[in-house]
Design a protein around this ligand. Structure first.
Ligand code: LMR
Length: 347
């Protein structure tokens, strides 16, 4: 009897670790999340308007892959590119409604909500992407993203598309006077409108996904964009002249619906934040590489007349754009202008 009781105790002691293990596992997620429905996984719908092979398109996919891998499939970032789910103007409403949880709009498209953010749109505000990153990470940069929170938007990071160039179908742009009377497509931002009006051009606002068809229809003469956007959407096939002016920055805030972000567990927030920081660094390097490669391809194809502004030209253009800075200061104050690296380094 004693012996049987001893065996029973031994068996019981051996089983304890398994009971503890099973009990602890029943509180954590099963290993294979593919088996779970959307309601059981954490699904983050990420909508954007550009092509797959642009810096934003590639970074969105990389972010989704890494997040899935690092959460063992529990967090699924579903990426919808090319405006297939929501276009400009629709994606912000969809984010506020909670139909999607993540977007990466061009900063210019946020200027209706936070007009001060159009400091990013000022022509020649930045001389390099490093200056953009320095500004975004400065106190002034953080103040701008804090303002987005008042609109239920949480900026987790900033991705580049690069510097914008000018294309058109009428004449080569060597001097800013060559832009006079040309109608130019812009993103919705009064600073961008002011930038072209200052040069006597006619700014016209259109959604990104409408640009190709509107160019075909001849609704406007030209447009400004980064090289990867110009080629991935074939704008250059409908334009005759391209000037490498690097006159303005185009970049994106990676925006969560703030309420959704606040509802996430701390470990999920940490995983998303750490992964985004890593992907952001990767995206910044990729942008430089892709824009350089794209320029090389355009040079080689000889399919559009190319012109480069020299450093001297750029100084002259920069002076010509001073009224745009005055317009900004008059309407939104000069706090953020003063914080731009190009002015800070002079003080
Ligand atoms: C544009 O509208 O030209 C850009 O914002 C598109 C994009 O997201 O890069």
């Amino acid at each position: 009897m004693k012996r049987r009781f001893g065996i029973f105790i031994l068996c019981f002691l051996f089983t304890i670790p398994f009971i503890v293990l099973v009990a602890s596992q029943s509180n954590s997620y099963p290993y294979d999340y593919e088996q779970l429905s959307e309601n059981e996984r954490l699904v983050i719908r990420f909508s954007h308007v550009v092509g797959e092979d642009t810096p934003k398109g590639m970074a969105a996919r990389k972010f989704a892959e890494l997040v899935k891998e690092r959460s063992n499939g529990y967090i699924e970032v579903q990426v919808f590119s090319n405006g297939t789910l929501y276009k400009d103007g629709e994606e912000m409403n969809a984010l506020s409604r909670g139909d999607i949880q993540l977007i990466a709009p061009a900063i210019s498209k946020l200027t209706d909500f936070v007009p001060e953010i159009s400091v990013f749109d000022l022509p020649y505000a930045f001389h390099s992407l490093d200056e953009v990153h320095e500004f975004a990470e400065s106190e002034a940069g953080h103040q701008l993203t804090e303002k987005l929170k008042e609109h239920n938007l949480y900026a987790l990071g900033l991705w580049d598309s690069g510097f914008k160039q000018l294309s058109n179908r009428v004449r080569p742009i060597h001097h800013y006077n060559d832009l006079a009377n040309l109608s130019m497509r812009i993103m919705p931002s009064d600073i961008l409108a002011e930038q072209f009006s200052t040069l006597g051009a006619i700014p016209k606002e259109y959604d990104f996904n409408a640009v190709y068809h509107e160019l075909q229809k001849g609704s406007f003469d030209g447009q400004e964009n980064t090289l990867t956007n110009i080629t991935s959407k074939n704008f250059y096939t409908l334009q005759d002249y391209l000037t490498i002016s690097n006159h303005g920055y185009l970049g994106y805030y990676i925006l969560f619906n703030l309420e959704f972000w606040n509802s996430l567990d701390e470990d999920v927030k940490q995983l998303l934040t750490e992964t985004l920081i890593e992907v952001q660094q990767w995206e910044w390097e990729l942008t430089e590489k892709l824009n350089n490669e794209t320029l090389q391809k355009i040079e080689n194809c000889q399919c559009i007349e190319l012109h480069y502004l020299s450093d001297e030209d750029i100084k002259v253009w920069e002076e010509k754009f001073e009224p745009v800075y005055d317009y900004y200061s008059k309407n939104y104050g000069n706090q953020f202008i003063k914080a731009l690296p190009k002015f800070k380094s002079n003080t």
